[in-house]
Design a protein. Structure first.
Length: 89
């Protein structure tokens, strides 16, 4: 029991240190006031990784080829623009 208590105290001290030494400029940003919303999102992601394949097992796959082609074209154009801006400056 003593080991568990010391582990809990250490974890609590690290949490308080992290919360007290955070950047005040981002304190009001979405998901930045506490680590728990991020933890909830990670758990939801893991749940979907587990449940998603089971939910889609008997369904027909999506035809995403046209969407992927458009996405890749947009990414090439954005990358070319960023490269141009870097070289220009």
């Amino acid at each position: 029991m003593d080991l568990l208590s010391s582990y809990w105290e250490g974890a609590k001290a690290r949490y308080e240190t992290a919360m007290n030494n955070g950047d005040p400029r981002v304190a009001d940003w979405f998901l930045m006031d506490s680590p728990f919303p991020t933890l909830a999102l990670c758990l939801a992601y893991l749940g979907m990784c587990y449940a998603g394949p089971r939910m889609m097992a008997n369904r027909e796959p999506f035809q995403l080829r046209p969407v992927i082609i458009v996405y890749n074209l947009v990414m090439v154009l954005v990358s070319a623009y960023m490269c141009y801006e870097v070289v220009k400056s």
